[in-house]
Design a protein around this ligand. Structure first.
Ligand SMILES: Nc1ncnc2c1ncn2[C@@H]1O[C@H](COP(=O)(O)OP(=O)(O)OP(=O)(O)O)[C@@H](O)[C@H]1O
Ligand SMILES: [Mg+2]
Length: 330
């Protein structure tokens, strides 16, 4: 089904409906990596898929939004970034494009996230909206967004800025638990942003509290509440639900059982959230990864024939497809 046409009001965060317009019309295609849990491979995937997508002939701008635990620069061979997103947060620079640095990886530029202010790590309100809007205007075919751990508002907003929102899951119960929590936060935020009526938006805010007094426990409970409040908003809710199509990547796979996790997450998305997620692929746990990061290089460059590199290239091909298709024959 086609995603809904929607009118952005000035107060709305700039989350575009995925697929609402061609990537060419809208500027760069944004691919965000999140997952809730720390250490599951979000940065590893962001760096290596940036490098792999660049190998397909596209230009890539990678942005590290993890101001408290930045390390995307290390994967991309930039030992001490001279400028970073912290310049934008502090107001010293208002154009994110001016913060782009060259990296050691051909075709990939970087907005690093070092030198943050310990007391105010993330840009607040309007500055974050400006940053998210600016992503699409960065001079690149594809923008890769590395999200930090956790599910607080800033992280979720960075994740939802993606045309592709890639949920990174590690085959361990702790990661799966955090991934569902993260997806839940992203889902409610996404729905809140899509609604136009204040009372409905307030109801969604209430539902975000898992122990809310209205007894809203699942997204389908919430849908019923929204429909009761306003039929038109109910329809918009269903459309926004259908347009939200996260992609799943399972990282550090070691067994056939681990591979199946992607399908299990996909069916939970369908049953619990009413959301169609796509299993975009998995990456093996591979010793080549450690050796690559010790050399401050993406594994696809340091060990291009490793298992990890092969799986990463498959995922890159899938993620880059809409941009490659939009370009037509050379
Ligand atoms: N497929 C893999 N095989 C082997 N090691 C891996 C693989 N993926 C990631 N790692 C290693 O796991 C560690 C954590 O990865 P990474 O820093 O990308 O996680 P993260 O999700 O970005 O964490 P954080 O939330 O703290 O930012 C790194 O040392 C990385 O090299
Ligand atoms: Mg990280």
């Amino acid at each position: 089904m086609e995603p809904p046409a929607r009118t952005n009001r000035p107060s709305d965060p700039p989350h575009a409906e995925p697929g609402a317009a061609s990537s060419r019309e809208r500027g760069a295609r944004v691919i965000a990596f999140g997952g809730g849990k720390g250490g599951v491979g979000k940065t590893f995937l962001a760096a290596n898929l940036a490098a792999s997508i660049a190998e397909l002939g596209l230009t890539v701008a990678a942005i590290d939004t993890d101001l408290e635990g930045a390390n995307l620069h290390t994967w991309l061979g930039v030992p001490s970034p001279r400028v970073s997103l912290a310049e934008f947060v502090s107001g010293r620079e208002s154009d994110p494009a001016k913060l782009l640095l060259e990296t050691a990886v051909p075709g990939v530029s970087l907005i690093a996230a070092t030198h943050g202010h310990l007391d105010s790590a993330q840009p607040t309100g309007a500055r974050r909206v400006a940053l998210l809007k600016g992503l699409r205007r960065l001079p690149a075919d594809v923008v890769v967004v590395d999200c930090g751990a956790g599910a607080h508002r800033a992280v979720v907003d960075y994740f939802l800025a993606g045309d592709d929102c890639v949920l990174v899951v590690h085959p361990e119960p702790t990661s799966v638990e955090n991934a569902y929590g993260f997806l839940r936060a992203a889902f409610y935020r996404r729905m809140q942003v899509a609604m136009l009526d204040r009372a409905v938006r307030d109801r969604i805010r209430e539902a975000m509290d898992q122990r809310n007094e209205r007894g809203i426990r699942t997204p389908l409970d919430l849908l019923r509440e929204v429909q009761a409040l306003d039929a038109e908003e109910g329809r918009r809710f269903v459309e926004a639900m259908r347009a939200f199509q996260p992609r799943i990547v399972v990282n550090e796979v070691q067994t056939a059982e681990d591979v199946k996790l992607g399908f299990a997450v996909r069916s939970v998305c369908r049953k619990y959230f009413g959301v169609e997620a796509e299993y975009a692929g998995y990456v093996n746990r591979d010793d080549a990864v450690r050796s690559a990061v010790l050399g401050r290089r993406p594994v696809v460059k340091a060990h291009p024939r490793s298992d990890a590199a092969i799986y990463l290239r498959r995922i890159a091909q899938k993620l880059a497809e809409p941009v490659l298709d939009g370009r037509g024959p050379p």
